[in-house]
Design a binder for this molecule. Structure first.
Ligand SMILES: [Zn+2]
Length: 510
């Protein structure tokens, strides 16, 4: 198969996403009062409604509808005042009712959009049909067709097969605790043009939903899941090609790599004169390829019809306005505020603003710190702590870092008391032991020496030991000072202040 970059010269990918998000922060299920929990003993949070017993009647969860309206407002959707639930009929043990209650042609939220800022190497995945900034980045507006409300099915575990699939499994287990979990499905317009844009859309949506507090958005645990549609057309043509649907794109990496593989596969099929079939394919992470699951069903197969047990919805203005009043500051607005208030670089501000736990920590630190410390605090969080926490299997939400610790570390770095390399070591110790950074520095004897009288003898010693380099420097090779600073650092066992060494060396060799 050709490389993606080669394929993209002749073909334009047309990609749409369907993203399911469980509203995990709610207390109860969508149409009954059963408790929502992923961790309880299987089949303990069940009742006649979510087990589909004859005669059991659903009652909609108001908090779930508030959550979906919140999601719609945050993604620039129109909130539809009149909508209703439908039955999507199918026969499979993961839905005891034999139908899923979902929404029909009109969903609670319609016609939204999000702007994606695409930069870095991933921005090269899109052909040059966009206006780029000086760094090659661009902004792509992605339309949102709708966000509708539905309920999740039971969780099935297939035992004995490959990759947890039903093919070749010996038996299957069903946990109805998940049946009836409030689920929102967001469908984008086919506006995405590269795997990177798809990945960024998912990332941005996850940041928004986390900020809204409507879900834990865990792709690992399946509370946020993504399917993709992709088709190809010759560059310069308008007509859409036949699309395939990709399942199991359940990490940012799978989403990107699965789409990339499928684009390359379709290009090969089309270039060899073959036909792309409308079918559902499974991204197999272990072999890094997509496999046919089934040929595509149509809406008729599901015999959609209005749910007779639930009255149509009329959302009053007061309800929508009450929800609007609860909208928190969204990641884009927060990013702009960080740039304006703290003078952060845009990319740093975006990273801090994207995760509510990180943003909260940053703001707690800045509430006590001088404004000029902001860039150092951002660096500590992004470059030191993020990596250290990842390596320790923690996140900013689970770690017990305090604002005082982070501010302390930033102050040590900003005052040149420690080097940036030592800063990383202190960050590690802070996460492991929970100790105060100043104490860690003292205990480990790490304090950087910034005392001229202590450093001058080292400088003299290095100048005496390196006559060749000194001659080169005096002969006009200014770069060689880097080598001499390195020698001084070595002689001071990493504790000398490199800026001061630089200054002293330059003075002595002038
Ligand atoms: Zn129930």
């Amino acid at each position: 198969m050709k490389e993606l970059s080669e394929v993209l010269r002749d073909w334009e990918p047309v990609i749409g996403l369907e993203i399911h998000t469980e509203l995990t922060t709610l207390q109860t299920k969508m149409f009954c009062g059963c408790r929502l929990s992923h961790d309880d003993e299987p089949n303990t949070n069940v009742c006649p409604v979510c087990l589909g017993m004859p005669g059991a009647l659903p009652v909609p969860n108001k908090a779930a509808i508030q959550s979906i309206v919140l999601a719609g407002l945050a993604t620039n959707c129109d909130i539809m005042r009149h909508s209703m639930f439908y039955r999507k009929n199918y026969f499979y043990p993961d839905m005891a009712k034999n139908f899923q209650t979902t929404q029909g042609p009109i969903a609670f939220c319609m016609n939204g959009w999000l702007d994606l800022e695409v930069s870095g190497p991933g921005s090269r995945e899109r052909a040059d049909d966009v206006t780029r900034d000086e760094d090659g980045g661009y902004v792509a507006r992605v339309g949102i067709e709708r966000i509708h409300m539905e309920e999740d099915a039971a969780k099935m575990v297939h035992v004995g097969g490959v990759d947890g699939r039903i093919d070749g499994a010996e038996y299957s287990l069903i946990d109805y605790n998940r049946a009836g979990t409030p689920l929102i499905e967001l469908v984008t317009k086919p506006d995405l043009r590269s795997p990177e844009e798809a990945r960024l859309f998912m990332e941005k949506l996850r940041q928004i939903f986390l900020t809204l507090g409507i879900s834990d958005c865990s792709m690992e645990n399946g509370s946020m899941r993504c399917d993709g549609n992709v088709s190809l057309r010759r560059r310069g043509t308008e007509r859409l090609g036949t699309k395939t649907e990709l399942k199991n794109l359940n990490s940012f990496k799978s989403l990107h790599d699965g789409l990339e593989y499928e684009i390359r596969r379709q290009a090969e099929v089309l270039e060899e004169g073959g036909v792309v079939y409308q079918e559902t394919r499974h991204w197999e992470t272990s072999t890094r390829r997509t496999l046919v699951m089934r040929t595509k069903e149509t809406a008729d197969d599901y015999r959609f019809f209005p749910e007779p047990d639930l009255a149509p919805f009329d959302l009053p203005d007061a309800f929508v306005e009450e929800v609007r009043g609860r909208l928190p500051e969204l990641p884009d607005a927060r990013r702009d505020r960080y740039v304006a208030t703290f003078g952060l670089r845009r990319a740093d501000a975006r990273q801090l603003a994207g995760d509510p736990a990180v943003a909260e920590l940053f703001e707690q630190v800045m509430a006590q710190a001088k404004p000029e410390l902001a860039r150092t605090v951002a660096n500590v969080i992004i470059n030191d702590l993020t990596g250290v926490l990842n390596a320790a299997g923690q996140t900013f939400a689970t770690a017990s870092l305090t604002a005082d610790q982070v501010r302390g570390l930033a102050e040590l770095l900003a005052s040149d008391a420690i080097t940036s390399r030592q800063g990383r070591e202190v960050a590690e110790a802070m996460v492991q032991t929970g100790e105060d950074p100043a104490r860690i520095v003292d205990e480990r004897g790490m304090r950087q020496v910034s005392d001229t009288s202590a450093l001058a003898p080292i400088v003299d010693q290095v100048i005496a030991a390196c006559p060749d380099q000194v001659a080169q420097y005096r002969g006009g090779n200014a770069k060689v000072i880097g080598y001499l600073i390195g020698q001084c650092m070595k002689a001071s066992r990493g504790k000398g202040n490199p800026k001061l060494f630089n200054q002293l060396l330059a003075e002595r060799m002038a």
